[in-house]
Design a protein around this ligand. Structure first.
Ligand SMILES: Cc1cc2nc3c(=O)[nH]c(=O)nc-3n(C[C@H](O)[C@H](O)[C@H](O)COP(=O)(O)OP(=O)(O)OC[C@H]3O[C@@H](n4cnc5c(N)ncnc54)[C@H](O)[C@@H]3O)c2cc1C
Length: 284
């Protein structure tokens, strides 16, 4: 199918973007990498009257290490995150996750901000943002607004962002040196959206994990934090009994919906497989 007709503008400043969003509201749509939006237009799942291309706006991309966080501009491409030495050194969860985001050609165009804004429950960046307790920075004519990733994702493809706002950056808090992390996912083919995935961050002392954050993708309408599993594992040395307790806790709190290819039971089974693999990595 072909996209419906729309007007197109390419502003060069944020203030122009803000006025356009203010003027056109819900009938306008930001276009960043276009890797999701163009497909939804072609399938006529979305029919905006105006596309606001933010590729010409300066200052929206780049990775920097600040006093308390790693700041990644919204227009930073997935592949820049994948290849960044700063990310490898300071935010290894993002470095190990990046190769799982789509295919190389899509990673070269797609942006962090686009992925966070679209809020696909099977996408990797929203899941990592919740696991790393990131802050989503939004801007509009009203000024800047910061929201924790855990509050930003509200429902299927639904976020806390208002129609006159745009994401300008994500801030990932710097982690203590005892931090361990792991990312695992299962996809039909590498580069496809995953069936289920798990991003994990914790403090490790030998086989004992604390301050765990275990966040599943593909297991609900938003990234799902497995809080009962986190509690079951907190501060105790990992062994066979604890693993059984963790599996029980997961079965009690994770209720993934079936998709076209996988039953709910299959997805829960896969989530368990990922939990085992992830815990083994965290305590290795
Ligand atoms: C074949 C294929 C496979 C894919 N596989 C995966 C995968 O495995 N994992 C994965 O995570 N993604 C996957 N994607 C999606 C890809 O990662 C996209 O790049 C990403 O989801 C959207 O980023 P974008 O910059 O292309 O956004 P766009 O397509 O330009 O925009 C997406 C949405 O976000 C809004 N938006 C964009 N930027 C902003 C902003 N700064 N502020 C506010 N709103 C904004 C747009 O208005 C639009 O509604 C896949 C895409 C394709 C085509």
């Amino acid at each position: 199918m072909k996209a419906p007709s729309f007007d197109y503008v390419k502003p060069s400043t944020l203030s122009e973007v803000f006025s356009l969003l203010q003027e056109h509201g819900d009938t306008a749509r930001i276009i960043a990498g276009g890797q999701t939006l163009l497909a939804t237009l072609n399938m006529r799942l979305s029919e905006p009257k105006l596309l606001i291309d933010i590729n010409g706006v300066r200052g929206l991309s780049g990775i920097s290490v600040q006093e308390n966080c790693v700041r990644i501009g919204a227009m930073t491409r997935h592949s820049e995150i994948e290849e960044s030495h700063l990310i490898a050194a300071h935010m290894p969860l993002l470095a190990m996750t990046a190769p799982h985001v789509a295919h190389k050609a899509i990673r070269n165009k797609g942006t962090l901000g686009g992925s966070i804004a679209f809020a696909d429950p099977a996408a990797e960046w929203p899941c990592c943002a919740v696991a790393l307790d990131a802050v989503i920075v939004m801007a509009s004519q009203r000024g800047l607004r910061r929201v924790n990733a855990g509050d930003f994702f509200q429902d299927l493809y639904t976020t806390d962002m208002a129609s006159d706002e745009l994401i300008v950056a994500c801030e990932f808090p710097l982690q203590p040196s005892t931090t361990v992390c792991a990312f695992e996912e299962l996809a039909r083919r590498h580069g496809d959206y995953a069936i289920v995935g798990l991003a994990a961050v914790a403090q490790a002392s030998g086989k004992t994990l604390s301050n765990l954050r275990l966040v599943f993708l593909g297991a609900g309408n938003i990234p799902v934090r497995a809080r009962a599993v986190e509690r079951a594992l907190e501060g105790q040395p990992l062994g066979p009994e604890l693993l059984v307790a963790a599996r029980k806790a997961l079965a009690g709190e994770l209720a993934p919906a079936a998709d076209l290819y996988n039953s709910a039971e299959m997805k829960l089974h896969l989530a368990n497989v990922l939990l085992n693999r992830t815990l083994a990595k965290l305590t290795a």
